[in-house]
Design a protein around this ligand. Structure first.
Ligand SMILES: [Zn+2]
Length: 269
């Protein structure tokens, strides 16, 4: 029972992951992410139902487009598998046995998984374009506001917590408008993401996440400095278009590491 439930959670995670890869591709191009059917970026053929099944369609089609046989980048497959695992981790982190799962627990889980998806989209776009795509943060913040209202109505939100959320939501909205109207500053974007994380994970977790992010960024800078200058390196797969360090992407990786450590503690210690 437990295993079947975890498998179901894994599948739900892959669906969200599949959506995230689509959003990372389409949002910077200002394309619709809800209504328009997925298509092969090479031949433009609209994908059928079986082509859209995460992981399995990639495996059965041998990593190629069914119509033009062009190779599909393995990153789609990797992100789908990873999101499945992230969903399982998030469920395990809640520490609620399958038999005790209620509607409220499912809502809480869904809330976390949508958070993970928004962070993945932000990270993916940052890695490719070195842009923090702010409307995703705005969407998540409004979702949080809705969830808080729901918790207030069902009487599950303590006053102290409510206070905390209101402060974070207000500061995110202020930074959002400052950055959108006035400065368009990457550092302000990063601060906004860190505040955004506060809406979904604890302050301790955010603190750990930022520490690990600083560590990864420093390591990356050192490795770039140590590497001999080689023009072919600049356009390697790893770098984004501008060849700059995608810090929002590292924030997402760090957040994932923090969640992994916590679940490891829960399961092993
Ligand atoms: Zn194709």
């Amino acid at each position: 029972m437990e295993l079947i439930f975890l498998l179901l959670i894994f599948i739900i995670g892959t669906l969200f992951g599949s959506f995230a890869t689509l959003a990372v591709y389409r949002l910077p191009l200002k394309k619709d992410i809800i209504k328009e059917r997925s298509f092969c970026p090479n031949c433009g053929h609209k994908l059928g139902f079986f082509d859209l099944i995460p992981i399995l369609s990639y495996v059965f089609l041998g990593g190629k487009c069914r119509y033009c046989k062009e190779k599909i980048r393995p990153r789609y497959f990797i992100i789908e598998v990873l999101s499945g695992f992230i969903a399982v981790l998030l469920y395990l982190k809640l520490q609620i046995p399958v038999m005790e799962v209620t509607i409220d627990v499912l809502f809480n889980f869904l809330y976390l998984i949508i958070y993970a998806t928004t962070i993945m989209i932000i990270a993916g776009i940052d890695k490719e374009k070195k842009i923090v795509f702010r409307p995703v943060i705005l969407f998540g913040t409004l979702l949080c506001l809705g969830y808080m209202l729901y918790l207030c109505i069902v009487g599950q939100l303590e006053f102290a917590n409510m206070y905390r959320y209101i402060i974070y939501i207000a500061s995110i909205l202020i930074l959002y408008f400052i950055n959108n109207i006035k400065c368009d500053n990457y550092i302000i974007d990063l601060v906004m993401i860190i505040e955004y994380m506060q809406l979904f994970i604890t302050t301790n977790e955010v603190f750990m996440t930022v520490l690990i992010m600083i560590l990864i960024t420093v390591m990356k800078i050192v490795s770039i400095k140590l590497k001999p200058i080689d023009k072919s390196n600049i356009l390697s797969e790893e770098e984004n278009e501008k060849g700059e360090i995608p810090i929002a992407f590292y924030l997402a990786i760090s957040n994932l590491i923090v969640v992994c450590i916590q679940v490891f503690k829960i399961l092993v210690l």
